[in-house]
Design a protein around this ligand. Structure first.
Ligand code: C2E
Ligand code: CA
Ligand code: CA
Ligand code: CA
Length: 299
């Protein structure tokens, strides 16, 4: 009918057209960003709550997009995942982190453990090229896993990095997405000596079951629980329970998004192992992290 036609027509507003074009522009720009070396990593320290020492870093991706300034990951990672580019960018992240670990060692700063965020889509077959799929199918090996594993192994070997300096952070939801497959993926990565952590812990479903099912070294309690930890008794109780449960399973606990001394003290009192957040340090470019570590790595 005429009415329906008019209603349908209303969907295509000029505004939406602009947004669709912007999205295409962004995708095209992302395709070129790796070659043009527009991606950089910032590093955020993690600190041992019992003594204040820096225990390691988390690598966080930034896109220095010309004429747009620094673009935050939440604005472009979904597009990387949808286009499958996340496979290449993810490999670049791991390579860069391994080079950075080697650089810090070379500069006499020490062996700094670094964790890397891994999106579930990096294990997904649809993001791979056909050659890899064909080459691996014959051997009955999961192609996506093999490619990721080989990339990671190569980056470690070429930079002479001990595999236990590398930690992979996977979110609960990406573990959920391919639960069955992921168990075997994680077991193989762990067999290489790599540390595994569950990111944003507490925000997904049936969290506790995961710790038993997956070979986990670290739980990162999501920022949403930490925010009101000193005023909201439910958040305080959940956080305390997560810490106790993790410890009884010999899993380390990191709290993310710690912004105040009160939050820091609360977590220390509850026996949390490590903290990360603006209270200690924001994510910083590698050279600023080097200066920070050279000036004494106690926060
Ligand atoms: P995430 O892994 O949960 O990372 C923590 C985010 O919280 C980071 O945002 C960090 O800058 C921010 N943050 C740290 N301390 C505080 C604090 O005290 N208060 C507040 N309000 N925020 C804090 P960022 O860098 O924008 O990263 C956002 C997300 O993008 C990450 O969340 C992660 O899921 C994803 N991401 C970042 N880098 C990569 C990457 O290399 N690969 C993949 N696949 N995902 C990445
Ligand atoms: Ca993370
Ligand atoms: Ca997190
Ligand atoms: Ca988070």
């Amino acid at each position: 009918s005429k009415t329906a036609g008019r209603d349908t027509y209303r969907f295509f507003t000029p505004e939406m057209n602009i947004r669709a074009i912007e999205k295409l522009d962004q995708e095209n720009a992302l395709r070129k960003a790796l070659d043009r070396e527009e991606f950089v990593l910032h590093y955020q320290p993690k600190v041992d709550l019992s003594n204040g020492w820096v225990t390691g870093m988390e690598a966080l991706l930034r896109w220095k997009r010309p004429e747009h300034g620094v673009v935050e990951p939440l604005e472009f990672i979904p597009a990387l995942e949808q286009t499958g580019l996340i496979t290449r960018v993810g490999a670049w992240v791991i390579e860069s982190v391994c080079r950075q670990i080697a650089e810090w060692r070379h500069a006499g700063i020490g062996e700094i453990p670094v964790s890397v965020n891994v999106s579930g889509r990096q294990f997904s077959r649809s993001t791979l090229n056909q050659d890899v799929i064909r080459a691996t199918q014959a051997n009955g090996i999961q192609p996506a896993l093999l490619e990721f594993e080989l990339q990671t192994e190569r980056a470690l070997r070429e930079n002479s990095i001990d595999s236990d300096l590398l930690e992979l952070e996977l979110t609960e939801s990406s573990l959920m997405m391919h639960a069955k497959k992921t168990v075997s993926i994680l077991q193989r990565l762990k067999a290489l000596g790599i540390q595994i952590s569950i990111d944003d812990f507490g925000t997904g479903y049936s969290s506790l079951a995961y710790v038993k099912r997956f070979p986990i070294d670290v739980l990162k309690i999501d920022r949403s629980f930490i925010q009101e930890i000193t005023t909201n008794s439910a958040d305080a109780a959940i956080t305390t329970a997560i810490i106790d449960m993790a410890h009884s399973l010999h899993v380390r606990v990191v709290a993310e998004g710690v912004e105040t001394a009160e939050q820091f003290d609360f977590l220390k009192g509850r026996g949390c192992d490590e903290v990360q957040g603006f209270y200690l340090s924001p994510p910083l470019p590698a050279n600023e992290i080097s200066q920070l570590l050279l000036s004494g790595n106690r926060r």
